[in-house]
Design a protein. Structure first.
Length: 199
Protein backbone atom coordinates (compact mmCIF):
# COMPACT_ATOMS: atom_id res chain seq x y z
CA UNK A 1 0.00 0.00 0.00
CA UNK A 2 2.80 2.38 0.92
CA UNK A 3 4.55 1.64 -2.39
CA UNK A 4 1.34 2.40 -4.23
CA UNK A 5 1.02 5.78 -2.47
CA UNK A 6 4.62 6.71 -3.29
CA UNK A 7 4.09 5.74 -6.91
CA UNK A 8 0.94 7.85 -7.11
CA UNK A 9 2.73 10.85 -5.55
CA UNK A 10 5.68 10.56 -7.92
CA UNK A 11 3.36 10.29 -10.92
CA UNK A 12 1.44 13.38 -9.78
CA UNK A 13 4.62 15.43 -9.42
CA UNK A 14 5.83 14.41 -12.86
CA UNK A 15 2.45 15.24 -14.34
CA UNK A 16 2.34 18.80 -13.02
CA UNK A 17 6.05 19.56 -13.38
CA UNK A 18 5.86 20.73 -17.02
CA UNK A 19 3.15 23.25 -16.12
CA UNK A 20 5.48 24.84 -13.56
CA UNK A 21 8.71 24.54 -15.53
CA UNK A 22 11.13 27.45 -15.42
CA UNK A 23 11.33 28.95 -18.90
CA UNK A 24 13.59 31.78 -20.10
CA UNK A 25 12.32 34.64 -22.22
CA UNK A 26 13.50 37.74 -24.06
CA UNK A 27 11.51 40.90 -24.77
CA UNK A 28 11.78 44.22 -26.56
CA UNK A 29 9.74 47.33 -25.72
CA UNK A 30 9.00 50.71 -27.28
CA UNK A 31 6.69 53.49 -26.22
CA UNK A 32 6.06 56.99 -24.93
CA UNK A 33 8.03 58.52 -22.06
CA UNK A 34 6.45 61.25 -19.92
CA UNK A 35 9.09 62.74 -17.58
CA UNK A 36 7.97 64.80 -14.62
CA UNK A 37 8.91 68.47 -14.41
CA UNK A 38 11.89 69.37 -12.21
CA UNK A 39 12.50 72.56 -10.23
CA UNK A 40 15.76 73.68 -8.64
CA UNK A 41 16.21 76.03 -5.70
CA UNK A 42 19.93 76.66 -5.22
CA UNK A 43 20.98 78.53 -2.12
CA UNK A 44 22.54 81.13 -4.41
CA UNK A 45 21.64 81.92 -7.98
CA UNK A 46 18.49 81.61 -10.07
CA UNK A 47 15.70 79.10 -9.72
CA UNK A 48 15.51 76.88 -12.80
CA UNK A 49 12.39 75.12 -14.03
CA UNK A 50 12.72 72.04 -16.28
CA UNK A 51 9.57 71.50 -18.34
CA UNK A 52 9.78 68.14 -20.11
CA UNK A 53 8.05 67.25 -23.36
CA UNK A 54 6.79 63.84 -24.42
CA UNK A 55 9.66 61.55 -25.31
CA UNK A 56 10.46 58.01 -26.36
CA UNK A 57 11.53 54.95 -24.41
CA UNK A 58 13.18 51.82 -25.83
CA UNK A 59 14.14 48.75 -23.88
CA UNK A 60 15.08 45.12 -23.75
CA UNK A 61 14.51 42.44 -21.12
CA UNK A 62 15.84 38.97 -20.35
CA UNK A 63 14.10 36.89 -17.73
CA UNK A 64 12.72 33.65 -16.35
CA UNK A 65 9.11 32.56 -16.13
CA UNK A 66 8.96 31.01 -12.66
CA UNK A 67 6.33 28.66 -11.31
CA UNK A 68 3.33 29.75 -13.36
CA UNK A 69 2.57 33.16 -11.83
CA UNK A 70 6.02 34.59 -11.00
CA UNK A 71 8.60 36.15 -13.30
CA UNK A 72 12.05 37.64 -12.67
CA UNK A 73 14.05 39.62 -15.21
CA UNK A 74 16.82 42.07 -15.92
CA UNK A 75 15.86 45.18 -17.87
CA UNK A 76 17.86 47.78 -19.79
CA UNK A 77 16.04 50.81 -21.19
CA UNK A 78 16.79 54.21 -22.67
CA UNK A 79 14.53 57.24 -22.59
CA UNK A 80 14.93 60.65 -24.17
CA UNK A 81 12.87 63.85 -24.30
CA UNK A 82 13.31 67.55 -25.02
CA UNK A 83 13.40 69.87 -22.02
CA UNK A 84 12.70 73.60 -21.79
CA UNK A 85 14.77 75.37 -19.12
CA UNK A 86 13.52 78.66 -17.67
CA UNK A 87 15.61 80.62 -15.15
CA UNK A 88 14.21 83.07 -12.60
CA UNK A 89 15.79 85.28 -9.95
CA UNK A 90 14.60 87.83 -7.41
CA UNK A 91 14.90 90.82 -9.72
CA UNK A 92 13.87 89.41 -13.08
CA UNK A 93 10.83 87.20 -13.52
CA UNK A 94 12.12 85.54 -16.66
CA UNK A 95 15.81 85.37 -17.46
CA UNK A 96 15.19 83.42 -20.65
CA UNK A 97 14.44 79.99 -22.04
CA UNK A 98 16.77 77.29 -23.26
CA UNK A 99 15.85 74.03 -24.98
CA UNK A 100 17.92 70.93 -24.29
CA UNK A 101 17.67 67.15 -24.46
CA UNK A 102 17.41 65.00 -21.34
CA UNK A 103 18.17 61.29 -21.65
CA UNK A 104 18.62 58.47 -19.17
CA UNK A 105 19.83 54.88 -19.33
CA UNK A 106 17.96 52.64 -16.91
CA UNK A 107 18.97 49.25 -15.56
CA UNK A 108 16.62 47.32 -13.28
CA UNK A 109 15.97 43.95 -11.74
CA UNK A 110 12.23 43.31 -11.89
CA UNK A 111 9.87 40.83 -10.25
CA UNK A 112 6.34 40.24 -11.56
CA UNK A 113 3.16 38.63 -10.38
CA UNK A 114 1.10 37.30 -13.29
CA UNK A 115 -2.60 37.14 -12.45
CA UNK A 116 -4.34 34.11 -14.00
CA UNK A 117 -7.56 34.95 -15.87
CA UNK A 118 -8.75 31.76 -17.59
CA UNK A 119 -11.93 33.40 -18.91
CA UNK A 120 -10.29 36.55 -20.35
CA UNK A 121 -8.18 36.98 -23.49
CA UNK A 122 -5.50 38.89 -21.54
CA UNK A 123 -3.35 38.13 -18.49
CA UNK A 124 -2.86 41.11 -16.13
CA UNK A 125 0.41 41.57 -14.26
CA UNK A 126 2.02 43.85 -11.70
CA UNK A 127 5.74 44.32 -11.09
CA UNK A 128 8.35 46.03 -8.96
CA UNK A 129 11.92 46.88 -9.95
CA UNK A 130 15.06 48.15 -8.22
CA UNK A 131 18.05 49.52 -10.09
CA UNK A 132 19.45 52.79 -11.30
CA UNK A 133 19.28 55.60 -13.85
CA UNK A 134 22.29 57.16 -15.53
CA UNK A 135 21.54 60.65 -16.82
CA UNK A 136 23.44 61.67 -19.90
CA UNK A 137 23.12 65.43 -19.43
CA UNK A 138 24.65 65.53 -15.95
CA UNK A 139 26.84 62.41 -16.23
CA UNK A 140 25.42 61.10 -12.95
CA UNK A 141 24.02 57.75 -11.86
CA UNK A 142 21.37 57.41 -9.16
CA UNK A 143 19.59 54.51 -7.51
CA UNK A 144 15.97 54.24 -8.59
CA UNK A 145 12.86 52.12 -8.30
CA UNK A 146 9.92 51.45 -10.57
CA UNK A 147 6.48 49.90 -10.52
CA UNK A 148 4.77 48.31 -13.49
CA UNK A 149 1.24 47.25 -14.33
CA UNK A 150 -0.25 45.95 -17.52
CA UNK A 151 -1.60 43.03 -19.45
CA UNK A 152 -0.14 40.35 -21.70
CA UNK A 153 -2.01 39.34 -24.84
CA UNK A 154 -1.05 35.84 -26.05
CA UNK A 155 -0.30 35.95 -29.79
CA UNK A 156 0.97 32.38 -30.03
CA UNK A 157 1.87 29.68 -27.52
CA UNK A 158 5.29 31.32 -26.98
CA UNK A 159 4.81 34.95 -28.03
CA UNK A 160 3.04 37.61 -25.95
CA UNK A 161 2.21 41.26 -26.56
CA UNK A 162 2.89 43.21 -23.35
CA UNK A 163 0.96 46.45 -22.76
CA UNK A 164 2.70 48.12 -19.82
CA UNK A 165 2.46 51.25 -17.69
CA UNK A 166 5.68 52.17 -15.87
CA UNK A 167 6.32 54.68 -13.09
CA UNK A 168 9.93 55.26 -12.08
CA UNK A 169 11.59 57.53 -9.51
CA UNK A 170 15.07 58.11 -8.15
CA UNK A 171 15.67 57.67 -4.43
CA UNK A 172 17.51 61.00 -4.10
CA UNK A 173 17.53 64.48 -5.61
CA UNK A 174 19.24 65.26 -8.89
CA UNK A 175 22.21 67.56 -9.48
CA UNK A 176 23.84 66.80 -6.11
CA UNK A 177 20.73 67.66 -4.15
CA UNK A 178 19.90 70.91 -5.95
CA UNK A 179 16.87 69.58 -7.83
CA UNK A 180 13.83 67.42 -7.26
CA UNK A 181 14.12 63.63 -7.69
CA UNK A 182 13.50 62.34 -11.18
CA UNK A 183 10.03 60.93 -11.78
CA UNK A 184 8.81 59.47 -15.03
CA UNK A 185 5.86 57.71 -16.56
CA UNK A 186 5.94 55.48 -19.62
CA UNK A 187 3.48 53.52 -21.73
CA UNK A 188 5.04 50.76 -23.80
CA UNK A 189 4.21 47.94 -26.17
CA UNK A 190 6.47 44.92 -26.00
CA UNK A 191 6.98 41.55 -27.62
CA UNK A 192 7.96 38.77 -25.19
CA UNK A 193 9.11 35.40 -26.52
CA UNK A 194 9.41 32.38 -24.21
CA UNK A 195 11.81 29.53 -24.93
CA UNK A 196 10.79 25.95 -24.27
CA UNK A 197 13.45 24.00 -22.37
CA UNK A 198 11.48 20.79 -22.73
CA UNK A 199 9.11 19.48 -25.34
Amino acid sequence: MKSLCWAFAATSVLAIAPAYAIEPYIAIDAGISIPGNINTSPEFGPVVEFDSDLGVILGGRVGLDLFWILRAEGELNWRSSDVSLTAFNELIDDDGDLTANDSALGFFGNAYLDIPTPFLPVDPFIGLGIGGLRFGDADETQAAWQIKAGAAVPLTKRLNLDLTYNFSRTFSDRFDGLADPFTGHAFTLGLRFEFALTD
